[in-house]
Design a binder for this molecule. Structure first.
Ligand SMILES: [Zn+2]
Length: 257
């Protein structure tokens, strides 16, 4: 009988960690090779552990893991990028935590190849770390994450009647996953308002590369409304979709397209 592979390598971002036993840490990793994965780092809470610095949250690392009886165990760790500017700036740390949490909450430990969301996370952490204003990086991340998760919002046609959206203020339906024209929206419950300026900005975002998206300069009012709307949409999706088989199916289907 061939022995099963006892040791394997992954490239990962540490999403979060928790104390585990006397001196160990339980890591929640997002890996390029296997998606979300938990692993144990032994002894890292001891003062002289050499691995500890590589395993802080939001660090991009290469790891050697050994299959344990229960969870894999970290045997080697090497930092690819520690995103140092994140560490001394609370606002940047907050944005990084938000990016990590969104991916954490929308994914499961199911050992699927995950290079698309992994790259998105790594690029986003790099932008949050390097750029003076992390707002754009966070909004761009949200829009691309929705694409990946299969929830790309419909912003060009009414999500109810399919009519082309006219340049007037509209509604947004989290349930329908997009914009609803004023005619369909009148009297419907559960709709949010979205102004034409906000909609234009979201459309631009949805169709643009990061460099193109960064050239738009929306007003502070539009920025605030767009942020509120996107976060409400994510909250809505999390409450409705998490832990349902339909949700997983949509993710898989969207990745096959
Ligand atoms: Zn309509």
């Amino acid at each position: 009988m061939p022995r099963p592979e006892r040791s394997f390598r992954v490239t990962a971002v540490v999403l979060r960690h928790a104390d585990w036993g006397e001196a160990d840490r339980l890591l929640t990793l997002f890996t390029r090779e296997m998606g979300k994965l938990r692993a144990v780092a032994k002894g890292v809470r001891k003062v002289r552990s050499r691995k500890a610095g590589h395993l802080e949250p939001f660090t991009h690392v290469r790891l050697q893991l050994a299959k344990g009886r229960d969870l894999p165990i970290v045997t080697q760790a090497e930092t690819v990028d520690a995103y140092l500017p994140l560490r001394d700036d609370l606002i940047k740390t907050g944005y990084a935590a938000y990016a990590a949490e969104l991916l954490d909450r929308f994914t499961y430990e199911e050992e699927i190849e995950s290079s698309i969301p992994f790259r998105l996370l790594v690029e986003t952490l790099g932008r949050i770390s390097q750029e003076s204003d992390a707002w754009l990086a966070a909004r761009y991340y949200e829009m691309r994450l929705l694409d990946y998760l299969g929830f790309r919002p419909q912003l060009f046609r009414c999500a109810n009647c399919e009519a082309a959206i006219e340049p007037v203020d509209q509604y947004f339906s989290p349930l329908a996953g997009g914009v609803i024209c004023p005619k369909c929206g009148a009297g419907l419950p559960g709709l949010w308002t979205i102004s034409m300026d906000e909609l234009k900005y979201l459309r631009h975002f949805q169709r643009s590369s990061y460099a193109e998206a960064s050239r738009a300069h929306p007003s502070a009012e539009v920025k605030k409304k767009v942020e509120t709307l996107m976060q409400a949409f994510f909250t809505y999706l999390l409450e409705r979709e998490l832990n349902t088989p339909g949700f997983l199916k949509r993710i898989r289907n969207s990745n096959e397209n």
